[in-house]
Design a protein around this ligand. Structure first.
Ligand SMILES: [Fe+2]
Length: 266
């Protein structure tokens, strides 16, 4: 498996505190059947700003060396978890290589937990115009999208992709995120499953446990696409092999339609 969303680089953001914890996370991932991960630190989020590529590259090299010295076979690719921002296009133009996944054409975007960015449709369009495909990181953890799965389906209809956290399926963020994550899967709105692991305790690498649950409910082909085929394609900047048409149950659509916040309508 390939875990496309992790905070495994040591001492960089709110993920692994030090190299020791990075190695412990790597061991857990490998034990769970993961062969490669993308390190996707928060590069800017409010006052955090670590857009200096030398810092990220140094941490990457440190971890790769420590993995080799420890005999842990785990490939580390670089990416980022990019918090949605008014000046996102400017940031992309200045720091593109650091923001996208493995220097390619996919980029994780993250929303605040309680609301969506007002001009999100235009922003997605502008990002795609830059030749980058946005991948919404854990939409089940956003209060608006969790309540309105049809909005996620609409975004996906415009060419945006979606990554769900394995911990959400397991219920570690609570029942609202858990139910939303399973609903997104049922609606065929999920393209990647990743751990978003931050350490060895509260948010550990747990992709294997969630992948087993997805396999049981949706079959081997879907599970493999979400943790292997699609992540590999994204790392190689290829088109995703698994992009099902979103399906929203009519009943759900009718009952939710009237509750879309007016400022999000056009
Ligand atoms: Fe994350």
């Amino acid at each position: 498996m390939i875990d496309l969303h992790t905070h495994i680089l040591p001492g960089l953001d709110d993920g692994a505190r030090d190299l020791e914890e990075s190695l412990a996370m790597a061991r857990l991932a490998v034990e769970g059947g993961v062969r490669a991960v993308a390190a996707t630190p928060h590069l800017f989020r409010g006052t955090e700003d670590i857009l200096d590529s030398r810092i990220v590259n140094k941490k990457h090299m440190e971890l790769e060396k420590a993995l080799k010295d420890s005999g842990i076979f785990l490939d580390i690719y670089l990416g980022a978890e990019v918090h949605i921002a008014h000046n996102l296009i400017e940031l992309i133009r200045r720091h593109r290589k650091q923001l996208v996944l493995n220097g390619g054409s996919y980029m994780f975007v993250e929303f605040p937990s309680e609301h969506l960015y007002r001009d999100i449709r235009q922003l997605f369009f502008d990002v795609m115009t830059e030749g980058i495909t946005p991948v919404i990181a854990h939409p089940e953890r956003n209060a608006v999208l969790a309540r309105h799965p049809e909005m996620l389906a609409e975004f996906i209809g415009t060419g945006v992709y979606c990554q769900v956290n394995s911990g959400s399926l397991l219920g570690v963020y609570g029942s609202v995120s858990r139910d939303a994550a399973w609903t997104f899967l049922e609606n065929r709105c999920v393209h990647f499953l990743a751990s978003d692991c931050h350490g060895t305790q509260s948010l550990p690498p747990n992709l294997d446990r969630a992948a087993v649950m997805v396999r049981k409910k949706f079959g081997d082909e879907t599970a493999r696409a979400l943790v292997e085929d699609n992540p590999r394609a994204a790392l190689e900047s290829r088109s995703l092999p698994f992009v099902p048409d979103p399906v929203i149950q009519e009943e759900k659509k009718r009952s939710l339609k009237i509750r879309i916040p007016s400022f999000l309508k056009r």
